[in-house]
Ligand binder design. Structure first.
Ligand code: NAD
Length: 334
């Protein structure tokens, strides 16, 4: 099947082409650097399938263009599907598939990495030592052992994250709309209300999807309920956090640390080298100016294992559609 692959980076091409060959699926993959959005949707003319990533825009306008050009399948090479208007896609007869699952260790381990980096100020220590500054002032951290860690969303990634933090000897507070029986089997783990999680956690890590009801879950009001000096970690979706409220929280010293791998306006920044341009996003620039903030550019998923899994499922999704098999990874509007 002919597939237009959007937002292509060298690693997407490498992993998808390899899997296309190994699996003998032999799809005709055409790679575009461009992000899929209304202005670029015409590139997909004549392609029955498009393959997209987290920041491609699959709103009504793009979908209508795709449908008018004969596209019948959208294959997301990620788990989240908040960038697709599923209702419009269904009305236009376009099926949407995703990668329901890939190495959950990749994102969970990245979240833990952010915690260690912030707590022990490794980003500062690394630069200091390179500058022959061996002083320790300003690098004081705390033991994670015995600290309370709140996990919002105890699905695949949240559960692995909780397991790792249990290994550090942390107390775990979970919140999920669909509790996971494995979470409570961990030592020192219990489900609590969100209110209690905000109130009791030293570290809060977000692992729930972005839905209208979780948009700006971290806001002025919820921050006010947290412990002073709380550490916030977001490796899930940027819009879970109201960045302006977080900036106020940092300035008032209510928030002691924040580590994010996702940002609410990341579609204008992430995945590109903008090092020689002037960034116009003042909120982002202010956020990264604080000494207790660590930002990575949506790299939680970026391990060889995860990219292998993503490529395998994505190529299988194309093949299932082409052969008229049941689409096990289909997402539909609820
Ligand atoms: P998952 O579906 O296995 O788990 C999500 C959990 O969140 C589920 O248990 C669900 O019941 C729960 N949930 C749903 N609504 C909730 C709410 N209102 N409050 C609390 N919990 C709620 O998904 P996953 O594979 O664990 O992925 C979690 C998120 O991680 C994804 O939605 C995605 O946004 C993000 N993610 C980020 C990266 C990255 O590179 N940074 C990569 C993959 C996924």
């Amino acid at each position: 099947m002919k597939v237009a692959v959007f937002s292509t980076k060298s690693y997407d091409r490498r992993f998808l082409e390899l899997e296309n060959t190994i699996s003998k699926a032999n799809h005709e993959l055409v790679f575009f650097d461009a992000r899929l959005q209304p202005q670029t949707a015409s590139l997909a003319a004549g392609f029955p399938a498009v393959c997209v990533f987290v920041n491609d825009d699959l709103g009504t306008e793009t979908l209508e263009t795709l449908a008018s050009q004969g596209t019948k399948l959208i294959a997301l090479r990620c788990t989240g599907f908040n960038n697709v208007n599923l209702k419009t896609a269904a009305e236009l007869g376009i099926k949407v598939v995703r990668v329901t699952e890939y190495s959950p260790y990749a994102v969970a381990e990245h979240a833990v990495g952010l915690i260690l980096m912030l707590n022990r100020k490794l980003y500062r220590a690394y630069n200091r030592v390179r500058d022959d500054n061996f002083a320790l002032d300003g690098l004081l951290g705390f033991d994670l052992h015995n600290r309370t860690v709140g996990v919002v969303g105890t699905g695949k990634i949240g559960q692995i994250f909780a397991q790792i933090m249990a290994g550090f000897g942390c107390h775990l507070l979970g919140y999920d709309v669909y509790p996971n029986p494995n979470f409570e089997k961990l030592e020192n783990a219990e489900y609590v209300s969100l209110e209690e999680l905000w109130k009791r956690s030293d570290v809060i890590s977000l692992h729930c999807p972005l839905f209208p009801e979780t948009n700006h879950l971290i806001n002025q009001e919820t921050i006010a309920k947290m412990k002073s000096g709380v550490m916030l970690i977001n490796t899930s979706r940027g819009k879970l956090v109201d960045t302006k409220a977080v900036i106020e929280g940092i300035k008032s010293e209510k928030i002691g640390y924040i580590g994010i791998d996702v940002y609410e306006e990341e579609d204008k920044l992430f995945f590109e080298d903008l090092s020689t341009t002037i960034i116009q996003d003042d909120t982002f620039q202010l956020l990264q100016s604080f000494p207790n903030v660590v930002i990575t550019a949506h790299q939680g998923f970026f391990t060889e294992n995860a990219l292998d899994d993503i490529a395998r499922t994505t190529i299988a999704n194309f093949s299932d559609f082409e052969q008229g098999n049941p689409l096990t990874n289909q997402v539909t509007a609820s």
